[in-house]
Design a binder for this molecule. Structure first.
Ligand code: ARG
Ligand code: ZN
Length: 876
């Protein structure tokens, strides 16, 4: 069924308090819910009480303590309806049974390892008890849990701890009270035998908070970095947003089976252990950065998501876009702002741009959905964060902070909307933001172009900005958006020119920030001594595509003189793209392959100055990935052509820069103890880039260096980088290394995930069979989302030549897995299927092969709503 934003109506009833009494049992958990209900004055008068359920078994219902007879209600596994309800406030008591062991969807109450845990966002609470399972019904929860004491010595729920005690039969109980009204999706419960790391945090106003991270026994040391990240997040939110924590305890639990990254349940965050556990021996620098970001993200939700929640699921970006923006800012403050921005934009282009350009495109605030779990997308999260960033760019830091203060003050304790959010910034800045709001309702990535014309005699430079948006599903007509274009002009000697013009506001000229709110705008700059070089969209000031890229000579100049590091990096990327596509065109025409001396020279300069900022240099030296190339090509994609062209350019660079790369590699290889800080991580990433370049120019030398780095590595970052290179280079060394890696880390699931993932990336014909064989490996399991993502997700998303093999074998493999996984875990199956979302950009033969598989999937009987929704929209 379609759910529409336009159909929003307040709930007919409100639930002021919820008292849950949950007796944990492996297959028959007993749930008693006592709800204090009353009619919502804003609801429909006289409406029946209709509660949501999902696969529930009802045991009994009481109203004000009186058991109801069969004539008083109708119950199905997914709904409980009471026709005659008291007009005055009343208590509803519902008893249900749930089977956590049979819950393979990992939504509701389920088991991960030997522990019991929950995931209620978006609609998992209704798999525990019948409820008004919607985010605008806020209740104060008290939760009493009892369990076998040896099976689950630790019992946790939201809020502050209350009474505990022993019960007959080896059982015990614990009570938790959460004083803050919250929607049901923020409910959580954990019961299990877990190790714990404890710490303390004192808030600015003096509240002593006990912090605890619960992990598998024996993994406590691996939670230290997450604990440190948590304390830094708490301090940062106080300093940057004036937000303090509000309970006496903050608990985090890490579990191995989790559909997404983590969940911000009030006072009890539950995490995919991938985003908690780290040690130098088992986690890479990328893993450490991911832990820091996700710990911060979930913590920041305490204000942006929990204290202020969403009125309905169409407003998901209200909490997710804003919270991603906040975690990106946190990471930028903890690490390098420039490198963080480059990484965030790469992520946006990797995941969100293709979504926006294909059949699954939707506005940041969608207007209709069939399955809400399919809308936890890059568009809602990452483009949602970009909108908040543009807002700050447009109104400035001070107005932005004032607007946030108003938002926290005015909407605390409520379920808010995007309009509520924007109204705070309109008030703080005195600006009308109604045109800006189009970013929330209009799907598709605007294409921004610039065209300059220099007048030698008048010494003027007329710059015309243009925007255009292609139609997206259901939105044929597009309107111009408000695009903040950060801009600078550079003179022939690389000097930054003062901006003077009668066509722009003084503040635009002073800030170098020009607003494009119509289809076109021309600004004529005065006193420009010679033809300038334009640096546009600096810092990626808006989530748009800038096309075409500047002329190569201008890009080379920007690479040398731009003081905006993002645009320096962008210049290197644009040069690389141009060089690769020149090879693709030549190969298609049967012409000699062109070399790229300008780009190679630019890389040599970056390499020689790399010591100043190794992390930045590593980014600037990296070629666009095959996925980047497929997206930039946009249509008629042939992954084999792209692979060949990219590989050819890499060889050219490797040969040309062999001695420089080797010298850097040697210098950075000097052993030092591992530290996960950004500067050390930056040096390691540059070392990896240098090693990859050496191998590109001389595979035998690269293989030898990778073998010794693999054997001698003192940390996972270096070891995995070496293994990745060996995987690419092939031969005996590869198989030896994979065997040694497995032998060393057998039983360590997060590390074995890496072992599966790297094998799925090998760009050779035998890989498809290798993946099939790995699915029979004793360590492979369709029940564990991390494992499925490591092997199948990586194969389908990162190994373009093999996944898109012309014999259709990659597509067949994915289809088979989706159909097998769908009945067990529809959320993960649907997400895997999304890897086909760009199928229409493929060349015709592959397009036909994929279309046939999509049709096969929609035709499957009993297909889940999740997977059906993705397949149907992909085909539409
Ligand atoms: N709110 C979580 C986060 O972004 C995501 C949980 C989504 N889970 C789901 N099954 N849809 O932090
Ligand atoms: Zn979130």
């Amino acid at each position: 069924v379609a759910v529409r934003l336009a159909d929003y109506r307040p709930a007919d009833f409100l639930i002021d308090t919820v008292a849950l009494d949950i007796s944990l049992h492996r297959t028959e958990t007993k749930v008693v819910a006592r709800l204090a209900l009353r009619r919502n004055p804003k609801g429909a008068p006289g409406a029946p009480l209709v509660l949501d359920g999902d696969e529930l078994t009802l045991v009994g219902v009481k109203v004000d303590g009186r058991p109801l007879g069969a004539q008083d209600y109708t119950a199905t596994p997914d709904q409980l309806t009471l026709t005659a309800v008291p007009e005055a406030p009343f208590t509803l008591e519902i008893e249900t049974r749930v089977d956590p062991t049979a819950n393979t969807q990992l939504s509701g109450l389920y088991r991960s390892g030997s522990a019991y845990c929950t995931q209620c966002e978006a609609e998992g609470f209704r798999r525990i008890t019948y409820f008004l399972d919607r985010p605008d019904v806020l209740s104060v929860y008290t939760t009493r849990i009892d369990a076998d004491k040896s099976e689950a010595p630790i019992l946790l729920s939201n809020g502050n701890p209350g009474e505990t005690g022993d019960l007959p039969g080896g059982r015990h109980y614990a009570v938790w009270r959460d004083p803050f009204p919250k929607p049901s999706y923020l409910f959580a419960l954990v019961g299990g035998d877990l190790g714990v790391v404890r710490d303390h945090f004192k808030t600015t106003s003096g509240r002593q908070v006990t912090l605890a991270i619960h992990v598998e026994h024996g993994k406590e040391a691996r939670a230290e970095y997450a604990m440190d990240a948590l304390k830094r997040s708490m301090r940062w939110d106080e300093e940057k947003f004036g937000r303090e924590y509000d309970l006496d305890v903050f608990n985090i639990v890490a579990v191995s089976d989790f559909n997404m990254g983590a969940m911000e349940n009030k006072g009890l965050n539950i995490f995919n252990d991938k985003y908690v556990l780290a040690s130098p021996e088992t986690a890479t620098d990328v893993d450490y950065a991911g832990i820091e970001a996700v710990i911060a993200h979930e913590y920041f939700h305490n204000w942006t998501g929990n204290r202020i929640t969403c009125r309905d699921w169409f407003q998901l970006c209200l909490k997710e876009g804003l919270t991603v923006f906040r975690d990106q800012e946190f990471s930028a403050d903890m690490r390098s702002r420039a490198v963080e921005r480059i990484g965030d934009v790469r992520g946006l282009r990797l995941a969100q741009f293709p979504e926006d350009a294909g059949p699954l495109a939707h506005p940041v605030r969608p207007e209709v959905y069939h399955e809400i779990n399919n809308f936890y997308t890059a568009t809602v999260y990452e483009k949602g964060a970009e909108i908040v960033r543009m807002l700050r760019t447009l109104i400035g830091d001070d107005c932005f902070r004032r607007g946030m203060d108003i938002y926290f003050e005015r909407f605390d304790g409520t379920a808010a909307t995007v309009e509520d959010f924007l109204s705070c910034f309109a008030e703080a800045s005195g600006r009308d933001l109604s045109h800006f709001a189009l970013w929330y309702s209009q799907a598709g990535t605007p294409v921004l172009s610039t065209e300059g014309s220099y007048d030698q005699n008048a010494k003027t430079f007329a710059l015309t900005l243009r925007q255009e948006i292609a139609p997206t599903p259901g939105q044929q007509e597009k309107k111009p958006a408000v695009i903040p274009v950060a801009l600078a002009l550079f003179g022939q000697n690389g000097e930054k020119l003062d901006l003077e013009s009668a066509d722009a506001r003084p503040d635009e000229l002073a800030r170098g920030l020009f607003e494009l709110s119509d289809s076109t705008r021309t600004v004529t700059f005065k006193n420009i001594p010679s033809q300038p070089v334009v640096s546009a969209l600096r810092g990626f000031s808006a989530p748009v595509r800038l096309e075409p890229a500047p002329a190569s000579a201008d890009l080379e100049k920007l690479l040398a003189c731009d003081d905006d590091p993002f645009n320096r990096w962008q210049a290197a990327q644009s040069l690389a793209l141009r060089a690769i596509f020149a090879r693709v065109d030549a190969a298609r025409a049967g012409a000699p392959l062109p070399s790229a001396p300008g780009y190679v020279a630019a890389l040599r300069t970056i390499l020689s100055g790399a010591d100043a900022d190794p992390a930045f240099a590593a980014q600037a030296l990296s070629l666009p990935s095959e996925t980047d190339l497929a997206r930039e090509a946009g249509s008629n994609v042939d992954p084999d052509e792209l692979f060949a062209a990219r590989f050819g350019l890499l060889e050219e660079i490797g040969r040309a820069l062999a001695s420089e790369a080797e010298a850097i590699y040697a210098r950075l290889s000097e052993a030092s103890p591992y530290s996960p800080d950004a500067a050390s991580a930056g040096r390691r990433s540059l070392k990896t880039v240098a090693l990859d370049l050496v191998a590109a120019g001389d595979p035998a030398k690269g293989s030898a260096l990778a073998e010794s780095q693999f054997a001698a590595a003192g940390n996972m970052t270096d070891r995995l980088a070496a293994l990745a290179l060996l995987a690419l280079l092939g031969g005996d060394a590869r198989e030896k290394a994979f065997a040694a890696f497995y032998a060393q880390f057998e039983g360590d699931a997060l590390v074995i995930d890496k072992w599966f993932a790297l094998q799925a990336t090998i760009p050779e014909p035998a890989t498809t069979q290798r993946v099939i064989d790995l699915m029979s490996h004793p360590d492979f399991s369709l029940s564990n989302p991390n494992r499925v993502r490591s092997l199948i997700g990586v194969f389908a998303n990162a190994n373009l030549t093999r996944f898109h093999a012309l014999d259709g074998s990659g597509y067949d493999l994915l289809t088979k897995i989706i159909l097998e996984l769908d009945p067990k875990n529809p959320q993960v199956a649907a997400r895997l299927l999304s890897s086909l979302r760009s199928w229409r950009t493929m060349e015709p033969r592959r397009r036909a092969l994929i279309e046939a598989r999509l049709r096969r999937i929609v035709a499957q009987e009993g297909l889940s709503a999740d997977t059906k929704d993705i397949a149907t929209r992909a085909l539409a």
